[in-house]
Design a protein around this ligand. Sequence first.
Ligand SMILES: [Zn+2]
Length: 135
Amino acid sequence: MEWEETDKGKEWTKEYHKQYYLKNKEKLNRQVRENLKRPGVKERKNALDRLRALQAKRTIYGVLGGTKCVHCGYDKDIRALQLDHINGGGRKDRDENRSTTKILKMHRDNLDSLKDKYQVLCANCNVIKKFDNNE
Ligand SMILES: [Zn+2]
């Protein structure tokens, strides 16, 4: 019989991994911690995280119309550009605490939905907007 990828099979695999994780949580977390202590591992991980964040930033900005402040047109340095939550997000939905990688992950299936929520602002315009809106 040929192996089929059924929903039931997927569920089972998911459950299996979950149970395995729960059963070996201590050991697995210890392994991760030990691994991070090895020379160079932490540095490599940080470098990789930074690279991923930059890639995520580029992807998101690309969807939002480019690496350019929508307010003043500043486009000299991507590091001075920030992702702004259009409606402020209020206190309950503090998106600036979320990293770009997380935001990208959340919208992966529908990148266009980013357009309704975010815009690219330079640091100056972002600060001014925050003051104006009492964010
Ligand atoms: Zn600006």
